[in-house]
Design a protein around this ligand. Structure first.
Ligand code: GTP
Ligand code: ZN
Length: 440
């Protein structure tokens, strides 16, 4: 941080309401006298809640100000602000002095003249005696460091930008090329950036999805839980049938979560009741490792997870449970089992030791509730179906507090999934250290 601190000075801290929401707006001046702006939401410090999403945006008067379609700058800026507002955390570092990839506005317009005669964007710069890209990122790195954002998830399709920031001490844990509308007017410009400047292919990721899942795609260790329940808190009727409770949109959401993690964890009860496959089918993606928590080894040897070979499977049983011969895709893993089952933290540590740091606790109600009560969950997605069951298999239940002021009220937001509503609880600030978990 000190290495950067002489490069920029923060000169103002105010706010900017705009059509995407209300942003904190910070003014900076760098050591060359160039003024820069940060638009941000939430705490950007990487230590607080993992790497924030950051777009390091190069000034483009024509694109950002006039809405030009010769380039994609305006659309990128828009998509970044919309995504940050959807997540409620992140920043756009708006770099002045970067106009025309660092050659200035007048020279960019001269480069446009050459492009009007058929030259591409790189050759036009070179023909005018400039580098193909004259930008530097010292000010950006210094600004980010001054905000504590030294580990970021970068919203950009430009690998050179990532390398430049990394060389200046900003750790980039992921790079997302935001999806922007395809336009005939900038098709050639974007194709040139991909072919000659090694930009990433056009994103197929919908900004809405990045808004929904962006902050769970970064960290190497993250515990996500999901549950679909009726408005009155049941995951199935008394007879145990719950498969059709939530919508196809919720099913797609579940498969997306599976695709985003290394391992998916279910309790034995879910395998007995539903015989799930736990694979990614509704969206593109790779199947996670399947983990069945089964202290007494009671699931059927014919269960699909043990027989279908669709993904590696860890059958997690208690120390002295007796297991039959298993198929090659199944590994029997033993952990000490106390009265109330295997400790949640022991499960997560065992998975992390195997390189499975990104975990989805998928069900059922008791398994999700145990991880919740243990303070072991970072993000809980609770889908509420507009259905009243009256009585049945309970969803999220934990010992709870005597009084309402002891209830969990973590930051949350919601989004529709077809007829259902999904609540996303951000439990990161409630995460408890492993030592506090008890089996009582
Ligand atoms: N010299 C020149 N600069 C351009 C041209 N079109 C856009 N720019 C400038 O390029 C800069 C944006 O760079 P891009 O290569 O479009 O995108 P990037 O910032 O490297 O990458 P992303 O983060 O994916 O947007 C802005 O400062 C624009 O003013 C052009 O034809 N010639
Ligand atoms: Zn532009």
């Amino acid at each position: 941080m000190t290495a950067h601190s002489s490069v920029v000075t923060r000169v103002a801290t105010t706010s900017l309401p705009c059509r995407h929401g209300v942003f904190d707006m910070l003014g900076f001046v760098d050591d060359a006298g160039i003024e820069h702006v940060v638009l941000s939401q939430g705490d950007l410090s990487s230590d607080v809640a993992g790497p924030p999403m950051v777009r390091v945006h190069s000034e483009c008067l024509t694109g950002d100000g006039f809405g030009s379609w010769r380039c994609d700058c305006g659309d990128q800026l828009d998509a970044a602000l919309a995504t940050i507002a959807a997540v409620g955390r992140g920043a756009v570092v708006y770099l002045r002095g970067h106009e025309g990839r660092g050659i200035g506005l007048a020279e960019k317009l001269r480069a446009y003249e050459l492009q009007d005669t058929g030259m591409d964007t790189v050759d036009a710069n070179l023909a005018l005696g400039h580098e193909e890209d004259a930008r530097t990122y010292h000010a950006a790195a210094a600004i980010l460091a001054s905000l504590g954002a030294t580990r970021i998830s970068l919203l950009s399709g430009n690998p050179a930008k990532q390398l430049a920031l990394e060389a200046l001490g900003i750790e980039v844990v992921g790079r997302h090329n935001l999806a922007v509308p395809a336009r005939a007017e900038n098709e050639r410009y974007l194709a040139t950036k991909r072919a000659r400047m090694r930009h990433d292919p056009a994103a197929d990721t919908d900004p809405e999805l990045i808004g929904r899942y962006g902050d769970i795609t970064g960290p190497e260790r993250v515990v996500i839980a999901q549950m679909g329940q009726s408005a009155d808190g049941f995951i199935a009727a008394r007879g145990g049938d719950g498969a059709e409770l939530t919508s196809v949109e919720d099913r797609e959401h579940l498969h997306r979560l599976r695709a985003l993690v290394d391992a998916v964890v279910v309790g034995a009860g879910t395998v007995v009741a539903d015989d799930p496959q736990l694979t990614v089918r509704s969206v593109p993606g790779i199947n996670p490792v399947r983990v069945v928590v089964d202290p007494s080894a009671r699931i059927s040897p014919a269960a699909r997870v043990l027989t279908d070979g669709a993904a590696p499977t860890l059958w997690l049983v208690g120390g002295d449970a007796v297991t039959p011969e298993v198929a090659p895709h199944v590994t029997v893993t033993r952990l000490p089992s106390a009265q109330d089952g295997i400790l949640c933290t022991a499960i997560l540590d065992m998975l992390a030791d195997r390189g499975l740091g990104r975990v989805l606790i998928e069900g059922g109600g008791r398994t999700v509730s145990r991880f919740l009560a243990a303070g072991a969950i970072d993000h809980l997605f609770l889908t509420i179906a507009p259905v009243l069951i009256g009585d049945g298999v309970p969803g999220v239940r934990f010992p709870g507090a005597e009084r309402l002021d002891g209830a969990l009220r973590p930051p949350s937001r919601s989004f529709p999934l077809g007829p259902d509503t999904c609540l996303h609880f951000d439990l990161r600030s409630d995460r408890r250290p492993a030592a506090e978990e008890s089996t009582a």
